[in-house]
Design a protein around this ligand. Structure first.
Ligand SMILES: Nc1ncnc2c1ncn2[C@@H]1O[C@H](COP(=O)(O)OP(=O)(O)OP(=O)(O)O)[C@@H](O)[C@H]1O
Ligand SMILES: [Mg+2]
Length: 263
């Protein structure tokens, strides 16, 4: 299996969906890759942003015993496996049945796409476990607010546990600082704490709070396609983060070693 990249953090509202969508668009637009986006969150935020790339497949079908049909139709490099309400029912299913089924489905899709991007719900539940067990890399977006460091520790413990027990291929691509506000003293203090505890995992770049980012996604386009000067700065930040992430994901840059996570 090649590149299966999960955007995960059990904390809500940190930018998982935003960055999953932008990363998929960046791979398709800038790297000329074919990308399949799987949305496992019933809020369906990434499904809404990418609705023009929707296929007939619902994400809950990937947990069933029948393999997804391939090839999936792919428009401008992207195919969306959207979320629906039935995705929530997966949490009640037998893990020993649905987790291997999801992994098989993802492996089958991975034969057909350069990269699979998975957006996850804000919980360390069965869907998060299934995504991490099927993945080769995980990206952890964070917002530097109170308790965000505690949240990162829990997330990294989960990632490390999955890697040790179920999926030795899994690598931490990095922690991505999102919605950064350089004027906030609280965020500055949290950044020092992050640097102290997680320096080797944090991507050395950040994405500030930029209204152009949600504005563009509401229109169904990535921020670099928004014809506005305010979108330029945002695009530069986003692309710098993705370039650094990609180096780690493809192994051409420094790889975060999860054996070093301080539990
Ligand atoms: N860099 C940014 N600048 C401004 N707004 C942003 C930025 N990143 C994300 N947002 C906005 O912040 C909100 C939360 O982002 P998003 O939905 O991507 O987070 P999430 O981690 O997926 O949330 P959830 O856990 O609820 O799924 C959204 O309204 C999104 O448009
Ligand atoms: Mg989300």
């Amino acid at each position: 299996m090649d590149n299966v990249v999960v955007f995960g953090n059990q904390k809500g509202g940190v930018g998982k969906s935003t960055l999953a969508v932008l990363y998929a668009c960046w791979l398709a637009d800038m790297q000329r890759q074919s990308v399949c986006v799987i949305d496992l969150d019933t809020q369906a935020n990434s499904s809404k942003s990418l609705r023009r790339f929707a296929t007939d497949i619902d994400a809950s079908a990937l947990f069933g015993q029948t393999a997804p049909p391939i090839p999936l139709p792919c428009k401008q490099g992207i195919a969306l496996v959207a979320s629906s309400r039935s995705v929530a029912d997966i949490e009640l299913a037998k893990p020993e049945v649905v987790i291997p089924a999801f992994r098989r489905s993802v492996m089958r899709l991975a034969q057909d796409f350069d990269t699979i991007v998975i957006d996850t719900p804000p919980a360390l539940g069965l869907r998060m476990s299934a995504a991490l067990i099927a993945a080769t890399a995980v990206v952890c977006p964070i917002e530097l607010e109170e308790y965000s460091i505690d949240g990162v520790t829990d997330m990294l413990k989960t990632v490390f546990g999955v890697r040790q027990r179920y999926n030795p291929q899994l690598r931490l691509a990095g922690i991505v600082l999102n919605r950064f506000n350089p004027r906030s003293l609280r965020q500055k203090a949290a950044m020092q704490e992050l640097a102290k505890n997680f320096r080797e995992f944090a991507i050395p770049a950040r994405i500030s709070i930029r209204s152009a980012i949600p504005e563009a996604l509401a229109e169904g386009v990535p921020v670099w396609k928004l014809p506005k000067s305010a979108a330029r700065e945002a695009s530069l930040e986003v692309m710098q983060v993705f370039e650094l992430l990609q180096q780690r994901i493809t192994g051409s840059g420094e790889t975060a070693r999860m054996g070093e996570v301080r539990a």
